[in-house]
Design a protein around this ligand. Structure first.
Ligand code: MG
Length: 277
């Protein structure tokens, strides 16, 4: 109705007063006499079911400037320093930080977060070197290792032929991206990754890990099952590990840059997959 009013008012050149905030609904807003949702302790529209937390969403990045993380994100790199990162042996990370980005220093080794994460939503932006150098796996190669074990490939795949399960957005050595959504080298690119960690029982995988990945806003992994820890020229390896692990960025000897890295631990997903099946 208001939309029609706005259109009519605009056509007549009349300014309408700003829309006021809606009056908050009064409790109860739900029900206590509805059936239980199958597999759940909550009723349909349950009035006692906890409401989600209110957060302030972030903003999108532009080619020149990183966006803002959501208010409840753990910021891993905000353009200033590498305080959240370490080397494999616990030393301060030695990659280059300048102009709001960090850059792989070839030979300095991969870096990992001091904090550890399990199920999570990760946002990370990367930029392949320009002008490009090398080809196939030798062009703008880095990687994002969830829990330090499962690589989402970072590679300059813009007019660069390589094997399918080694392309940008691949679960490396396991699952190629659904499409090649690479931007040219020198342009910032985004990954948004939703990850659920595998669960183990008696030294075996009980519930596998899964990854959903958007590359520059395009889905490239759709709830893809992770088969095991990343290997090169070998099948994925079974590694039994803790529910949480560090995020690792790979030094593959190319000066790939990163910016605007944040993560949101996902407790709700954890309770969803651990419910009775
Ligand atoms: Mg890599």
């Amino acid at each position: 109705m208001r939309l029609q009013l706005v259109i009519a008012a605009a056509a007549m050149g009349i300014a309408l007063p700003a829309q006021t905030a809606p009056t908050p609904a009064k409790a109860p807003t739900g029900y206590t006499d509805t059936p239980l949702i199958p597999g759940s302790k909550w009723r349909v529209h349950d009035d006692t079911r906890p409401r989600p937390s209110v957060i302030t969403p972030g903003t999108f990045s532009t080619p020149d400037a990183p966006g803002k993380p959501p208010s409840d994100a753990v910021v891993l790199f905000d353009g200033k320093n590498l305080d959240a990162w370490r080397t494999a042996t616990g030393e301060p990370a030695k990659w280059k930080v300048e102009n709001g980005y960090l850059e792989v220093v070839p030979g300095a080794g991969s870096i990992m977060t001091r904090a550890e994460f399990g199920d999570s939503q990760l946002h990370i932006e990367w930029r392949a070197p320009s002008p490009p150098k090398g080809d196939s796996q030798g062009r703008g190669n880095s990687g994002i290792f969830l829990m330090g074990l499962y690589e989402t490939q970072v590679l300059d795949c813009y007019h660069n032929l390589t094997y399918a399960d080694g392309q940008a957005g691949a679960v490396y050595g396991q699952s190629p991206p659904l499409v090649n959504a690479c931007r040219p080298p020198g342009e910032w690119q985004t990954y948004d990754i939703v990850y659920t960690a595998p669960r183990f029982k008696d030294g075996k995988i009980d519930v596998p890990g899964f990854v959903t990945t958007f590359h520059n806003g395009v889905i490239v992994q759709n709830h893809t099952q992770i088969l095991g820890a990343t290997e090169h020229r070998a099948v994925p390896k079974l590694v039994v590990h803790d529910p949480k692990g560090p995020l690792m960025l790979q030094d593959h000897h190319d000066p790939v840059r990163y910016r605007n890295i944040w993560i949101r631990p996902l407790g709700e997903v954890q309770s969803f997959i651990s419910r009775p099946r």
